[in-house]
Design a protein around this ligand. Sequence first.
Ligand SMILES: Nc1ncnc2c1ncn2[C@@H]1O[C@H](COP(=O)(O)OP(=O)(O)OP(=O)(O)O)[C@@H](O)[C@H]1O
Ligand SMILES: [Mg+2]
Length: 364
Amino acid sequence: MFLSEIKLRDFRSYERVSFHPSRGITVLTGQNGAGKTNLLESIHICCLGRSHRTAFDRELIRQGAESAVCEMTAEKRDGGHTVRVLLSGDSRRLKDITVNGKRLARIGEMMGHINCVLFSPEDLLLLREGPSCRRRYMDMALSQIDARYFYVLQRYAGALKQRNALLKQIAAGERGEDELLIWDEQLAQSGETLCRFRRRFASSISPLAKAKYAEISKRESEELEISYVSQVKSDSARDEILTGLLKSRREDIRFRTTAFGVHHDDLRFTLCGQEMKNFASQGQKRTAVLALKLAQLSLMEAEIGEKPLLLLDDVLSELDSMRREYLLASMDKAQTFVTCTDETDLSGAKVDAIIRVSGSVLEY
Ligand SMILES: Nc1ncnc2c1ncn2[C@@H]1O[C@H](COP(=O)(O)OP(=O)(O)OP(=O)(O)O)[C@@H](O)[C@H]1O
Ligand SMILES: [Mg+2]
């Protein structure tokens, strides 16, 4: 797939922008604060309905404006898909999203119309931080591949919120314990589906990432493995979750939070069998994240039958020349948007278009 048109209105630093990007590699250059990441962010929003940088839509609206619009058209095998997201800044209102002119009733319906893999400097933290950022990564990747995952995830999050609220009321003596059952049942049911998706995701992406890692590092002996970590161990996840929730009920009421379930899941990265988080060098971690992202690109292509867009935000300056070369060589296969402040980072790349961003004006 490729984006044939990008239109923005009052989005971040942009008042009005409209252009037809190149099908190949587009480089966005400009000084710090010029608006390069803003542009990638708008593409991310048209793929997933949300920013990768903020959960607050208000921040996305240009200062002084009432609302913002991101609109893009992707050309795919089955024709054009025009996604338009209207951001109103009113957190109580649902986002106003249309696809090919038709207003969506649920945000999940936008998943899969335009797909992207984003690689930004924050991703380099993926191996250093706690489990929640790796869960978020997995959730975003899976939601894009299959909208059903997104719906189940929403259902799970909703049930968890309700259960935790109820735990507080039970602790305060306002409600009875038996009321927990309905939420336990929902957590078990949707938890089982999430578990299945995540286990499959880890087992499919692991060998792909392992191969990419070996190619990038040129060291066959360094074997990268990505595995799914969960409190839920068996295949009959539903029963296991129900049992786990029942077992931890007393504690849950005491601490007013749910101790058992897939909301504690994680992805584990090991190199030659050793946990990377504690033992790998910075360079090895960078290589692992790069391998993960490129593996995700292949996996998504295999699952959806189209090459997703590749968005590279400022990562070239973070990589050494060997890894940079590898990344640049992988780029020409997908429509790519790459930002950098220094064009020399790109020496050796087959660049199709350069856009200079300054003061929110795009110059070709
Ligand atoms: N809601 C908004 N309204 C107006 N301007 C905004 C808004 N949000 C962000 N900006 C402006 O956008 C600019 C930041 O843009 P962006 O993050 O895209 O920069 P960048 O080119 O990626 O810079 P860097 O090279 O440092 O990563 C800042 O100048 C900021 O003031
Ligand atoms: Mg930036």
